[in-house]
Ligand binder design. Structure first.
Ligand code: ADP
Length: 478
């Protein structure tokens, strides 16, 4: 807008200069040049006349200049005088030019009148007078007129230059202004683009970060997208927040249900122990004190009862341990190498009885529940020994790898392996793949492992080749 206004201003100025140039300066310069030429020619013609070159042509030319050309140029000069009424010095010069031109014309006329016939040339009073007029007055006047014309030309040229330099200054200013406003425009464009891009990218990045946190189980990762106004991003952020809210609500509900179930399991297993103890101790008493009163069949039944009672005791204790995991201890800095060494010592008999080799890689120091982690390694190592292939040397390898947010452990064996279809099942409580006759156990060990890993914000899974061996992987968050 401003640029347009300035442009308009400069255009007007240049039009004005052009007008002045066309209507005043250019005609003035032409008129002055003609004036100068006629002035010189007239002087020459009067010299010629005095020198008795009184040809018709000469006389006519004198008449032409003094009666037509010069009066006409005078009119033109006066017109210019009226246009340039502001410039006093020019007006004064034009007035002088008029005055001296009038004198020149008058003297010329006098000379012309003095020397009309050839007789006049021989009349001393006339020819002498004419000579004096032409040599002195006319020459002086012509010289003065020329000077005035030169001065006038200088004045007009100066005026023209002033207009030109003023215009070029204006053009220079406007070009600077256009340059600055263009630069400002570009800068403004960049700033606007920058803010637009950040206002779009920032909320998307926030959404991405929130989504990542939620995927890691942090349901407090409500996205604080500060998007102003109503647009697709605001609705996306709002829907996202509603979704997190719902997820958090469901998660809390599941959590509290889980807690209820865990409490129930804990209390039930705890309360079941007392009647179980009674059953087991009375069947033992019956066996020890009253066995001679019982026949063989009754003795056999009694044996079934006490065996089932003992198994049930194992199950209930396992269940109670399951409920207790992560309840009592507290997180502390642990060295996994030390823990695995202790487990190796605890399982010393089993290991040496089975001739098992255990290779332990460098293991990390981390924050965890000590009792639980010991139980985790103990279950995995004892399973690796228990589920060995007949007639093969047991070989176990325990390693750990560092990842960005967690440690990844691997417990590898060369045992019987697990069929693909059973890989998921084995982590469920009381889930076993073999009969008691084949392999002892309650089916609670891996369920313990799963819970222990989960209270360390990790995951557990197994890869296995049936008949060749299995590798149990688990992660513990840093
Ligand atoms: P348990 O050892 O008391 O049977 P677990 O929960 O420890 O119960 O194991 C569940 C089942 O998973 C086992 O019965 C066994 O079939 C299978 N299993 C566990 N560890 C291994 C292993 N290292 N190799 C092969 N099978 C395994």
């Amino acid at each position: 807008m401003i640029v347009m206004l300035l442009n308009h201003n400069v255009t007007k100025k240049s039009e004005l200069t052009y007008d002045i140039l066309k209507s005043e300066i250019a005609p003035a310069i032409t008129t002055l040049n003609q004036f100068k030429a006629y002035n010189n020619e007239l002087l020459l013609l009067s010299f010629n006349k005095i020198a008795a070159k009184n040809s018709i042509k000469n006389t006519n030319r004198m008449k032409q200049i003094s009666e037509v050309e010069l009066p006409y140029l005078k009119i033109k000069l006066n017109e210019l005088k009226n246009i340039s009424n502001k410039n006093n010095s020019k007006i004064a010069l034009i007035d002088q030019l008029n005055k001296y031109t009038d004198s020149t014309l008058l003297i010329n006329k006098t000379i012309y009148n003095l020397l009309q016939t050839s007789k006049d040339y021989t009349t001393p009073s006339k020819i002498n007078k004419a000579r004096e007029l032409s040599n002195l007055k006319l020459s002086n006047l012509s010289f003065t007129i020329e000077n005035i014309i030169v001065n006038l030309q200088v004045a007009y040229n100066k005026e023209y230059e002033n207009y030109q330099s003023e215009l070029s200054l204006q053009l220079h200013n406007i070009s600077n202004f256009i340059l600055i406003t263009s630069l400002l425009g570009i800068l403004l464009g960049i700033i606007v683009a920058f803010f637009t891009i950040t206002s779009i990218i920032k909320p998307i990045k926030d959404l991405e970060a929130s989504a990542l946190r939620i995927s890691e189980g942090d349901y407090n990762a409500i996205v604080h997208v500060k998007v102003k106004g109503k647009n697709e991003l605001t609705s996306l952020a709002n829907s996202f927040n509603i979704m997190i809210g719902k997820l958090k609500q469901s998660f809390n509900e599941i959590n509290s249900k889980n807690k209820e179930i865990e409490n129930f399991v804990y209390i039930a297993s705890h309360d079941l122990q007392e009647p179980l103890r009674t059953i087991n101790s009375f069947s033992l008493l019956l066996e020890e004190q009253n066995s001679e009163q019982l026949d063989d069949e009754a003795k056999q039944y009694l044996k079934f009862i006490s065996e089932a009672g003992m198994r049930m005791k194992d199950l209930v204790v396992g269940l109670m341990d399951y409920g207790r995991l992560g309840r009592l201890g507290e997180l502390k800095a642990l060295n996994c190498n030390t823990i695995v060494e202790q487990v190796k010592n605890d399982l010393g008999n089993v290991i040496s009885k089975n001739n098992a080799t255990i290779v332990i890689g460098p293991l990390p120091k981390l924050n965890g529940y000590e009792t639980e982690l010991r139980l985790l390694f103990q279950n995995l190592i004892s399973n690796a020994i228990k589920f060995q292939k007949p007639n093969a040397l047991v070989s176990i390898k325990i390693t750990a790898e560092e990842e960005a947010n967690f440690w990844k452990f691997a417990v590898e064996d060369n045992g019987i392996g697990i069929k693909e279809a059973d890989l998921e099942k084995i982590f469920s409580i009381f889930q076993r793949l073999h009969s008691r006759e084949e392999y002892e156990g309650t089916g609670i060990g891996l369920a313990h492992c799963k819970k222990i890993v989960e209270i360390h914000n990790g995951q557990i899974w197994v890869k296995s080749v049936y008949n060749e061996g299995s590798t149990f992987y688990f992660t513990i968050s840093k």
